[in-house]
Ligand binder design. Structure first.
Ligand code: TGC
Ligand code: FAD
Length: 390
């Protein structure tokens, strides 16, 4: 489909700066030239895209809102969101790579790290020369990270880390991982674990039917000796990892609009060209209903993100507002992916079209960064003041 057909039904461009539009067009061009030509094959072959992180670094997609002194681009939150949207129009795996690196690795090091940690890691992460991972989820504790079993214990000359993390994006590729573990007092601490530390391994998780162009794996710690300088000094407690999730969930809210746009634009073009019963299938009311609902939902999601971005820019967005946007927008995108796939008939299951890949990817997106149901319960808690989790 022509890029001019990407919808802006409510003329939201009027609310964007020239810089936002410039960033969007450069990331869009990069996705067209670098991601789209190879993404289907990478996903079919269940392998990552070679050199992806360095490429993301070159286009400024890693840590866009981290200040320039640490290698970031010093952009605002709306620019970050726009970048995520454009990347996920290509594939959720590409957005995942950028969101983990930006929100879950660079953000905690920038926000809670020492000056030395920032200087040591942030510039390499921003360039994509270093690949980071984020370890919160464990085999026995996903939605309930406060019950984590991974431990960090003080020793004579530093710390020892024991335990395991599961479902970790980029674990098999990472040079470092920001890992969350409990100390002797049961307080959650952030630890930077580096590749090569004895007792640290990262086995890959094979045979996924979702996010196939992204590497997922475990982080296993067997008496890993951690020097004191690798502990994040600026935060204690579950609010450390959960504050990183605020940033990543916000980015996902924007990102999935990109996946929905890719499905919508493909469906518009296909249904106008494909003829059945002597007419384009776009001329049938049932198909028009679907297209009209897709555009309505995409437009509503865009509005939600834009205002959430304004709130993020003034640091007034609440975690519950972010949960609402993540939950609403991922549901919107997964429904558009599934419905639009049907509109292509048999062709919809083929790799020549993006729907099946987006629909499968979005099964992970609706699960990670807090499941669909957990975000509903966060909203329920915000409304009632009553915690229904436990
Ligand atoms: P709770 O008692 O509510 O809170 C504990 C402490 O944390 C604070 N807090 C937050 N702080 C910042 N941001 C938030 N969103 C926060 N939510 C809570 C809270 O104020 C409290 O602070 P303090 O100072 O009083 O101690 O915690 P809880 O144990 O009841 O859990 C609440 C719940 C269920 C909402 C939370 O655990 C949760 O969000 N669970 C979902 C887990 C999750 O999202 N995991 C994601 C793993 S990372 C991932 O999926 C990456 S995929 C990336 C990719 O590939 O793109
Ligand atoms: P569970 O917590 O076991 O939940 C199973 C079901 O029970 C869900 O439907 C859930 O909604 C429901 N449920 C749980 N508790 C309640 C409740 N109180 N009330 C009602 N229903 C409930 N994690 C990381 O730390 N870092 C990463 O980089 C990362 N990347 C990921 C990449 C992929 C591809 C995937 C699939 C996951 C990734 N995750 C990562 C893990 C992800 O965050 C977890 O899978 C997610 O938080 C859910 O945890 P779980 O899988 O253990 O499911």
């Amino acid at each position: 489909y022509p890029l001019q057909s990407i919808p802006d039904y409510y003329m939201l461009d009027q609310l964007l700066s020239e810089e936002h539009k410039l960033i969007r067009s450069s990331v869009r061009d990069w996705v067209e030239s670098f991601v789209i030509p190879q993404i289907d094959q990478a996903a079919q072959e269940h392998r990552d895209i070679p050199g992806l992180m360095q490429e993301l670094g070159k286009i400024g997609a890693l840590g866009p809102y981290i200040p320039e002194e640490y290698g970031g681009a010093g952009l605002d939150q709306i620019a970050y969101g726009i970048i995520m949207q454009e990347l996920e129009r290509g594939d959720s795996a590409v957005r995942s790579a950028a969101s983990v690196q930006s929100s879950l690795v660079m953000f905690p090091i920038f926000k809670y790290g020492s000056k030395e940690q920032k200087e040591k890691f942030l510039p390499g992460l921003a360039q994509g020369e270093l690949i980071g991972a984020f370890g919160l989820t464990e085999p026995n504790h996903g939605s309930d990270p406060s019950s984590m079993e991974t431990t960090i214990r003080k020793t004579a000359d530093g710390y020892t880390l024991n335990g395991a993390k599961m479902w970790i994006t980029n674990a098999p590729l990472c040079h470092l991982a920001v890992v969350w573990a409990k100390d002797e007092e049961g307080k959650v601490r952030g630890v930077i674990v580096e590749r090569g530390m004895e007792g640290f391994s990262t086995p890959e998780t094979h045979n996924k039917w979702s996010l196939r162009a992204s590497k997922t794996g475990e982080l296993v710690f067997e008496n890993v000796r951690i020097p004191s300088e690798n502990i994040l000094p600026g935060v204690e407690g579950l609010k450390g990892p959960l504050s990183c999730l605020n940033s990543a969930r916000y980015g996902i809210s924007w990102g999935v609009i990109g996946a929905a746009i890719d499905c919508y634009c493909t469906a518009v073009q296909y249904t106008k060209e494909r003829q059945q019963f002597g007419k384009p299938i776009a001329s049938f009311q049932l198909q028009q209903k679907k297209l009209a609902e897709f555009l309505t939902e995409i437009t509503k999601a865009q509005l939600l993100c834009l205002q959430l971005g304004n709130l993020k820019n003034t640091e007034t967005a609440t975690p519950a507002q972010i949960s609402m946007a993540k939950r609403n927008n991922v549901k919107m995108a997964i429904e558009i992916a599934r419905e639009s796939r049907q509109m292509l008939g048999g062709m919809g299951i083929m790799g020549d079209f993006p729907m099946m890949r987006h629909a499968a990817n979005l099964e992970s997106v609706i699960t990670y960064e807090g499941t669909h149901d957990i975000h509903l319960l966060i909203t329920g808690l915000d409304i009632t003041g009553i915690n229904a989790f436990s």
